[in-house]
Design a binder for this molecule. Structure first.
Ligand code: ADP
Length: 269
């Protein structure tokens, strides 16, 4: 189990048989854990920002000094600096998304969103990324609209993050398959939701990593993830958005075969 922390308060009170002391116990365990999580988070963010910053400062030095008159080297260094700067910018963007999503997690989304149209639109915006990675995005959706009560921007972000991961970790020459399905028999039955599957055919994820994937900054292989350009926040954002929609995220993976991310959302009633 875990340790429990109490704050004990003693207050003098008047009781029928004379003065007495009232002891109150306040359970601080959750507050302490929240404090530790916040400290870990700040440490992680600082580390993630410091790495590209250190690289940038190193290159500035080099450009001022040894590479001062070497225009070929300057070009090469500027390209790397641009990449490091855009990594920092992506990280800041993801941090802002995460904090916005957390802030509104208790507010029920109220828009009517057609998932079929949304999936098509996300596919369209990711087409250039897919193309440059030699990945094909396949859609398998019903002919009708599939409405859920949601926040369209946030659901767009969920789809974008999952499909982008499918492209990044699925690998060149493979496809990312996206489907939207409603229960066949009675599409609008209470409690049965609509399911979005995002399937890739990449290297897969070992089972023991799966429960931790939605933690902030958790990466299976931090070196490789850094190379493919992730911040480690994408699935944390996805998880919070799905929570807000009272939905569920299921991750199934087979090493060497690929991964299926399933988002199950309550349907509009
Ligand atoms: P990142 O920005 O690093 O991609 P995410 O939060 O989106 O961060 O994902 C966390 C980690 O989960 C990734 O670093 C990667 O190790 C793993 N992961 C996510 N999606 C996939 C996938 N489709 N296939 C294999 N591994 C994945």
């Amino acid at each position: 189990g875990r340790d429990t922390t109490y704050r004990v308060n003693a207050a003098p009170v008047a009781a029928p048989n004379g003065p007495a002391v009232l002891l109150t116990f306040e359970d601080l365990t959750d507050i302490e854990e929240a404090g530790k999580m916040r400290r870990d988070f700040v440490a992680n963010v600082s580390h993630e920002l410091k790495t590209p910053l250190t690289a940038l400062m190193g290159f500035v030095e080099t450009l001022r000094g040894p590479a001062r008159n070497d225009s070929k080297a300057q070009d090469r260094f500027l390209t790397i600096m641009e990449r490091e700067a855009s990594r920092m910018s992506q990280l800041v963007q993801d941090l802002l998304s995460l904090s916005r999503v957390e802030e509104h997690e208790r507010v029920r989304p109220t828009e009517e969103v057609d998932l079929v149209a949304l999936v098509a639109s996300v596919k369209q915006s990711l087409e250039p990324v897919a193309k440059s990675s030699d990945v094909i995005i396949n859609l398998d959706v019903p002919e009708t609209q599939v409405q859920v009560l949601g926040d369209s921007n946030q659901l767009r972000q969920v789809l974008t993050n999952l499909i982008e991961n499918g492209i990044k970790y699925g690998g060149a020459g493979k496809s990312v398959d996206v489907s939207v399905s409603v229960p066949l028999d009675q599409p609008l039955i209470r409690g049965k939701g609509v399911t979005i599957h995002v399937t890739d055919h990449g290297e897969g994820i070992a089972e023991h990593h799966i429960p931790r994937l939605t933690e902030r900054f958790y990466r299976v292989d931090s070196h490789r993830s850094r190379e493919v350009g992730g911040t480690g926040l994408g699935l944390a954002i996805v998880k919070h958005i799905i929570n807000r929609h009272r939905g569920r995220l299921r991750i199934q993976s087979k090493l060497g075969q690929g991964t299926v991310f399933s988002v199950i959302l309550p349907i509009l009633e």
